[in-house]
Design a protein around this ligand. Structure first.
Ligand SMILES: Nc1ncnc2c1ncn2[C@@H]1O[C@H](COP(=O)(O)OP(=O)(O)OP(=O)(O)O)[C@@H](O)[C@H]1O
Length: 615
C-alpha cells in the first residue's frame, strides 16, 4: 500500500524554517573560521620557508651555526605541518607544488614556450622513385623492351616513337608488374609528378592498354578523369590511337555531345546479358562522370581495374559535383574493397574484390600528405623528378620543375609599354607559333582585336577563351597547328595539359597568379625535348611579387630581357592608329550586345550566347 501514498506539500511551518536558517548560518560561520585558520597557517609557513632559504644561503660561511638553525627551522616547519594535519586542512602551497609537478592545470596563465614541431613526411613521399628530366639522351629503345607488347611497339613505331621518355621507362613496367601480382595481393597506387611535356600521358595509356588487351569483355575496366573537355578529348584521342589492333574500345564522356547520345554510344541492352558496355576504356570529365553515375541505367564500374586522375591537383582544387565521393561510393557499392581492410585474415581478404589501381598524374602534384590523403590511396608509390630526401635541406627543395629545354625570361616596362613590347616580339623579332596569356577573357578579346588591327594581315591572331563555343575553340587549335594562325591569345583555360605541337613561345602578357599557373603556362612550350621560350611581361610593381611566386615553387631567378626606349619609339604611331580602330570596333560590339539583350527581353529568340571565331 505504501507505494500508493502521495505526500502533499502543505507549506513549511514557521518553526521548521527557523531551524533550517540557524543551521545554514552555523555552517557559514564554520567555513569562515576554517578559511581564517588556513590563511594564518599559510603566513607562518611562508615565514618558515624563508628562514630555511636564508639558512641555506649562509651555508658554508657559518656551517656549524647554520646546521643548528636549520634543524630548529625544520623542527618549526614540521610542527606547523603537524598542526595543519591536526586541523585537517590541506596546505595551499603543498597543493600548488603538487599541481605543478604532476598535473597540467587548465587555464593556468603560466607561459610555456611551445616546441617547434618539425613536419615529417610519410615514408612514401620522402622516398620517391626518382625520374630523370633529361629528354636529350634517351636510352630506353622501344624495340628492346621485353615487357612491351609487340602490337604496342608497332603503333609506337608508326607514331615515330623510337625511345621511351624517362617517366615512361619507369612507370610503365611498374604498373605492368603490379597488375601481374597474384590474388589476393593488390597493386600499389601511384602518384607521378613530372614536368610538363615529359610524356605522362603515354605512361598510363600504354600499361592500361597492355593489361586490358589480354582479356576482352563487355565491361568498363579503365576510367580516366580529367578536369576539362579539351583535355579529355586529347587523352581519348591518344587512347584511341594506341588501341589500334587491340580490340579495345574507348568512349569519351565530356559533354561535347548530349548525354543521351553518350548513353547510346556507351551501353547496349541484351536479353541474355542485360546491360553491356560498348567501351572498355572511358575518358571523361569529372562533372559528366557524376551525371552518368546518377542517371545512366546500366552504368557499372564493377569490373574497374584502373582509375586514372590526370592533372590531379587541379581536379582536387575544383571538386566538381563532389565527384570523388560519388565515384568511391559507387565503386564500393559494386563490391570493391576500400583502401583499408577491416579484418586481416585469409578468409576475409580472399573474398574481397580488389579496388581499382589509382594512378595520379600532374606536373604540379604537391607532396602534401593531407591533400593526398583525400584520394584514399592504397600503399602508394611516388615517382618524381624532384624527390624529397630526409637529409636534404627542406627549404631548398624544388617543388616544381620545368623542362630543361625551356628558356625562361622576364621583361619589365610601364603599363603603357606592354602592347608595344608584345608587338615588338611579334613583328620585329618575328616570333611565330606564340601562345599569349592574359588574366581575363575580356582582355584576351581586346588584345586580339588590337593586334589584328595593328598587324594588318601580316600575322594572324586568334583568341581562345571560355567565351568561344566548343567548335570555334577546336578550330582555333587546329588552325594554329596548321600554321594558319600565328598567335593565340588565351586565358588560363588553355594553360594546363593541352599539347600544342610546335608551340615555340609562351608570352605571359599578364603575370601568372601563382606558381602552378606559371609552371603550366610556360609548359605549353619546350615539350617533348624541343626548345621553347617563355617570357613574362611585368610592370615595375609586379616584379617583386613575381619573384616571390617563383621562390614559392623553389625555382631560381630567371634572366631579364633589356629594352631601350629607342626600340619601342617607332611603334607608337601605328599603335595609336590601331587603338582608335579597336576602340570603335569594341564600341560597336558592345552596342550589338545591348541590342541583342533588349531583343531577348522583348521575347525574340537569341541566336547564341557564345561568340563565334570569325575565321
Ligand atoms: N617517347 C616519346 N617520344 C617522342 N615523343 C613523345 C614521347 N612520349 C610522348 N611524346 C610526345 O610528347 C608530347 C607531350 O606529351 P604529354 O602530353 O604526355 O606530356 P605531359 O607530361 O602529359 O604534359 P602536361 O603536364 O603538360 O600535360 C606529346 O606531343 C607526345 O606525343
Amino acid at each position: 500500500m505504501d507505494l500508493f501514498i502521495i505526500n502533499r506539500y502543505t507549506g513549511e511551518s514557521e518553526n521548521n524554517s527557523n531551524i533550517q536558517e540557524t543551521h545554514r548560518l552555523q555552517k557559514l560561520q564554520q567555513k569562515i573560521e576554517e578559511r581564517r585558520k588556513a590563511t594564518t597557517n599559510k603566513i607562518r609557513h611562508d615565514k618558515s620557508l624563508k628562514l630555511i632559504a636564508s639558512s641555506e644561503e649562509n651555508e658554508g660561511k657559518q656551517k656549524g651555526l647554520a646546521t643548528v638553525e636549520t634543524k630548529t627551522n625544520l623542527v618549526n616547519h614540521n610542527e606547523i605541518l603537524q598542526e595543519e594535519n591536526d586541523t585537517n586542512i590541506t596546505h595551499p602551497i603543498v597543493e600548488k607544488t603538487k599541481d605543478k609537478s604532476d598535473f597540467k592545470v587548465l587555464g593556468n596563465s603560466d607561459f610555456e614556450k611551445k616546441q617547434v614541431v618539425e613536419r615529417v613526411l610519410p615514408y612514401w613521399l620522402s622516398h620517391a622513385h626518382s625520374i630523370s628530366k633529361n629528354l636529350q639522351k634517351l636510352t630506353c629503345h622501344v624495340v628492346d623492351q621485353p615487357w612491351l607488347h609487340s602490337t604496342l611497339k608497332e603503333t609506337l613505331a608508326n607514331e615515330g616513337v623510337t625511345h621511351l621518355f624517362p617517366v615512361q621507362e619507369q612507370v610503365i613496367p611498374f604498373i605492368l608488374k603490379e597488375q601481374g601480382l597474384p590474388a589476393p595481393l593488390w597493386p600499389h597506387d601511384i602518384c607521378v609528378s613530372a614536368p610538363t611535356g615529359s610524356g605522362k600521358t603515354l605512361s598510363f595509356v600504354l600499361p592500361i592498354i597492355q593489361t586490358l588487351m589480354l582479356e576482352l569483355g563487355h565491361h568498363i575496366r579503365a576510367l580516366a578523369v580529367l578536369p576539362v573537355q579539351e583535355l579529355a578529348t586529347q587523352v581519348a584521342t591518344v587512347f584511341k590511337k594506341y588501341c589500334t589492333n587491340t580490340g579495345l574500345r574507348v568512349a569519351l564522356l565530356s559533354g561535347s555531345v548530349p548525354r543521351q547520345k553518350e548513353q547510346q554510344q556507351l551501353l547496349k541492352y541484351t536479353d541474355s546479358l542485360g546491360w553491356v558496355s560498348e567501351a572498355d576504356i572511358i575518358v571523361c570529365t569529372a562533372g559528366r562522370l557524376v551525371e552518368h553515375l546518377q542517371n545512366t541505367e546500366g552504368f557499372s564500374l564493377k569490373y574497374l581495374k584502373f582509375l586514372v586522375i590526370d592533372e590531379a591537383d587541379r581536379i582536387m582544387d575544383n571538386i566538381q559535383n563532389d565527384w570523388l565521393y560519388h565515384l568511391y561510393k559507387h565503386i564500393q557499392l559494386e563490391g570493391h574493397a576500400g583502401n583499408k581492410i577491416s579484418q586481416l585474415n585469409w578468409k576475409f581478404i580472399d573474398k574481397l574484390q580488389c579496388p581499382p589501381q589509382k594512378l595520379l598524374f600532374s606536373a604540379t602534384l604537391t607532396p602534401d600528405p593531407e591533400l593526398l590523403e583525400r584520394w584514399g590511396l592504397f600503399q602508394p608509390k611516388l615517382f618524381s623528378v624532384a624527390p624529397i630526401s630526409d637529409n636534404v635541406d627542406k627549404n631548398k627543395v624544388k617543388k616544381f620543375s620545368t623542362p630543361d629545354e625551356l628558356k625562361e625570361q622576364f621583361v619589365t616596362c610601364s603599363i603603357e609599354e606592354k602592347p608595344l613590347i608584345l608587338f615588338h616580339f611579334l613583328m620585329e623579332q618575328k616570333f611565330d607559333k606564340v601562345l599569349c596569356f592574359t588574366n581575363s577573357g575580356q582582355s584576351a578579346h581586346r588584345l586580339t582585336v588590337l593586334l589584328n588591327n595593328w598587324a594588318q594581315d601580316k600575322i594572324k591572331v586568334a583568341e581562345l577563351s571560355a567565351s568561344l563555343d566548343r567548335t570555334s575553340r577546336e578550330n582555333v587549335l587546329k588552325n594554329f597547328k596548321l600554321s594558319e594562325i600565328n598567335v593565340i591569345v588565351s586565358t588560363d583555360a588553355l594553360a594546363r595539359g593541352i599539347d600544342i605541337p610546335n608551340c615555340k613561345y609562351v608570352i605571359s602578357y599578364d603575370p601568372p597568379k601563382n606558381i602552378k599557373t606559371y609552371v603550366h603556362r610556360v609548359g605549353r612550350t619546350g615539350r617533348a625535348g624541343n626548345i621553347g621560350h617563355a617570357i613574362t611581361i611585368l610592370v615595375q610593381n609586379q616584379v617583386q611579387m613575381f619573384k616571390e611566386i617563383l621562390q614559392s615553387g623553389g625555382k631560381e631567378d630567371i634572366s631579364q630581357v633589356e629594352f631601350t626606349a629607342d626600340t619601342l619609339q617607332p611603334l607608337i604611331d601605328g599603335y595609336q592608329r590601331a587603338m582608335e580602330v579597336t576602340k570603335q570596333s569594341i564600341h560597336t560590339e558592345i552596342n550589338n550586345k545591348v541590342k541583342k539583350s533588349i531583343e531577348v527581353k522583348r521575347g525574340v529568340k537569341p541566336s547564341s550566347q557564345k561568340r563565334k571565331h570569325n575565321g
